[in-house]
Design a protein around this ligand. Structure first.
Ligand code: OAD
Length: 252
């Protein structure tokens, strides 16, 4: 049962406009207790991203960078998916024209049951050799205080995208493709400040999509969005998923 009324325009779009693309950011995990990056209490408050999330920082001080990511793995492991993650997993299971693109590295979408997540910024749950670039899954919560080493002897680093690094090419291409063909774009829990992820809604809109922003705060996307749902993703996305499911039933 939903308590959040959606606009008739959005309900109609969910029924008739074709593929749905969801783009998520740290705000969708806020209701799971994970800190966002920006704003009061955000992860970048009192921390310098250039000292924690760049290849140069890892080269200069691998222990400090590793400790930051070890802490984030612990936090993510202790958190549980919230209704926003679950609603997006339901959306995916209910239709074959849904794509989820996330900037999050916490793995909560996958743990909620989303299968085809396009991860633009990598994941905390993989490690990459800092020299060879080879990757391996590693789901252990606690990897210790020091970066482990690859068989080649080099340090392993988290397989996440750091400032100054390119996004994984295939993930970005698939996200762009989904943006160009989307009929509705749900942008949830992101400050829309970090590119190229922040460009996806605009690309989609230029190709004809109806862009909906779900965020309690205004962002640079707010003026461009066709609709703004000012509230928590954990309350709004279940209503959207329910409306999309009802629309699919209507169509069949
Ligand atoms: P930010 O911390 O920049 O923004 C989080 C957004 O979520 C803000 O606009 C909040 O208003 C919003 N928010 C908070 N609680 C919410 C809720 N319950 N429901 C909906 N929205 C909520 O996080 P991102 O936009 O994800 O990159 O940041 C983008 C990238 O910048 C991250 O992937 C990371 C960071 O530096 C890298 O590390 C490469």
């Amino acid at each position: 049962m939903t308590t959040i009324p959606l606009s008739p325009a959005l309900v109609e779009r969910l029924r008739d406009s074709g593929p749905i693309l969801a783009l998520t950011g740290a705000g969708v995990s806020a209701e799971s207790g994970l800190a966002t990056f920006r704003g009061p209490g955000g992860m970048w408050e009192g921390r310098d991203p250039m000292e924690l999330a760049t290849p140069e920082a890892f080269a200069d001080d691998p222990h400090t960078v590793w400790r930051f990511y070890a802490w984030r793995r612990e936090q993510a492991a202790a958190a549980s998916p919230n209704p926003a993650h679950r609603a997006l997993a339901e959306l995916e299971s209910g239709r074959d024209d849904f794509t989820l693109v996330t900037q999050n590295v916490d793995g909560l979408h996958e743990r909620a049951g989303s299968r085809g997540v396009i991860r633009l910024h990598g994941t905390l749950w993989r490690l990459r050799c800092s020299v060879e670039g080879t990757e391996r899954d590693d789901l252990r919560d606690d990897l210790g205080p020091l970066p482990p080493r690859c068989e080649c002897g080099a340090l392993l680093r988290p397989a996440v995208v750091w400032f100054g690094e390119s996004l994984p090419e295939e993930a970005l291409e698939r996200a762009m493709h989904a943006a160009r063909r989307a009929g509705v774009v749900l942008v949830a829990g992101t400050s829309s400040l970090v590119y190229p992820a922040a460009a996806l809604p605009e690309i989609a809109q230029r190709a004809g999509a109806y862009v909906v922003e779900i965020n309690p705060e205004e962002t640079p996307l707010s003026a461009l969005a066709d609709e703004r749902l000012a509230g928590a993703a954990g309350q709004i996305l279940p209503a959207v998923a329910e409306a999309a499911a009802a629309a699919s039933r209507d169509r069949s």
